[in-house]
Ligand binder design. Structure first.
Ligand code: NAD
Ligand code: UDP
Length: 312
């Protein structure tokens, strides 16, 4: 198949491309390199079955493809809040452009949505039926309301135009290739500990997140895309940790002498988050297989190579 991956030079997109190329597909990667980098897809650049297009999805594009994995959107709060209006345009106009493309060429369309659609959840763990608790005028809304509209657009193109859609709600995922300055918690703590800087816990660190290793997530993507279910479907690892526990774990793994400091909690930071993955288990027979300790080891090794490599 010829498969388009938007945001393919980013963290998740580049891991997905590795899997799709290994399966023998032809892959078109479309990216504007806002938070993505050519380094992530370097090994495919000379492959005749791989094509890289520098393109911003807020502009329309014409391509012939069979499937579209639509991932383009900055995922880290510091990057999506840097230019919030652009984030909304990417989620709304960009998703509309990609759905328009799917409609025209009759491609199956996969939306990378997010657990952020549940906002600061008052139902725990979160099931797909839960409608969320989102602040529509807060600093996270460019992203979470943007993704909610992206889901609405997907379901309306499905109902109105018969576009074949798949929608996943991704919970915090980590792994090799996250940018050192990505700003998300796992990459921050690892980069800080390796550089002998204090680990910055926001608030008192009692807020929780559930961390999924990237290879598990990509397996779930491919299973849903090639199933008959449309979703929405939660994908994530139900293992839930407080942010302080995560900081201590990474501190112990890298540098037990590293300091942990406390910084102000950003506005609207969700207090708890854990996926209910009954749907993914029942529909796809999917569940995560990589425990947090193992996933962190693999991620730390990758950061060590990059950070210590840079210092040489
Ligand atoms: P990332 O920031 O590493 O990747 C996003 C990619 O999209 C980058 O390569 C970036 O350059 C590209 N991009 C951004 N705006 C674009 C535009 N207008 N046109 C073209 N390309 C553009 O983030 P990621 O972690 O790989 O996330 C990928 C997707 O998964 C995003 O849609 C994100 O919302 C979603 N998601 C990720 C997580 C997670 O924990 N990693 C959780 C929930 C949802
Ligand atoms: N966080 C933190 N220190 C950091 C970065 C993030 O304590 O250096 C916290 C953040 O406030 C949030 C959690 O870690 O409570 C997860 O943050 P991240 O940005 O990774 O993801 P999201 O908030 O979007 O789930």
């Amino acid at each position: 198949m010829r498969i388009l991956v938007t945001g393919g030079a980013g963290f998740l997109g580049s891991h997905l491309i590795d899997r799709l190329m290994a399966q023998g597909h032809e892959v078109v990667c479309l990216d504007n390199f806002y938070t993505g980098t050519k380094r992530n897809i370097l090994k495919w650049l000379d492959n005749p079955y791989f094509e890289l297009i520098r393109h911003d999805i807020t502009e329309p594009i014409r391509l012939e493809v069979d499937q579209i994995y639509h991932l383009a959107c900055p995922a880290s709060p510091i990057h999506y809040q840097y230019n919030p209006v652009k984030t909304i345009k990417t989620n709304v106009i960009g998703t509309m452009n990609m759905l328009g493309l799917a409609k025209r060429v009759k491609a199956r369309f996969f939306l990378a949505s997010t657990s952020e659609v549940y906002g600061d959840p008052d139902v725990h763990p979160q099931t797909e039926e839960y409608r969320g608790n989102v602040n529509c005028i807060g600093i996270r809304s460019c992203y979470d309301e943007g993704k909610r509209v992206a889901e609405t657009l997907s379901f309306d193109y499905h109902r109105q135009n018969g576009v074949d859609i798949r929608v996943v709600r991704i919970f915090n995922t980590y792994g090799p290739r996250m940018l050192e300055n990505d700003g998300r918690v796992v990459s921050n703590f690892i980069a800080q500990a390796l550089r002998n800087e204090p680990l910055t816990v926001y608030g008192d660190g009692s807020q929780t997140r559930s961390f999924c290793y990237v290879s598990d997530l990509v397996e779930g993507f491919i299973r849903l895309m090639n199933s008959d279910e449309i979703g929405p479907m939660n994908l994530g690892n139900p293992g839930e940790y407080t942010i302080l526990e995560l900081a201590q774990k990474i501190q112990n793994m890298i540098n037990p002498g590293a300091e942990i400091i406390f910084k102000p909690l950003p506005q609207d930071d969700p207090k708890q988050r854990q996926p209910d993955i009954t749907r993914a288990k029942t529909w796809l027979g999917w569940e995560p297989t990589v425990p947090l300790d193992r996933g962190l080891e693999l991620t730390i090794q990758d950061f060590r190579d990059r950070i210590e490599g840079n210092q040489k």
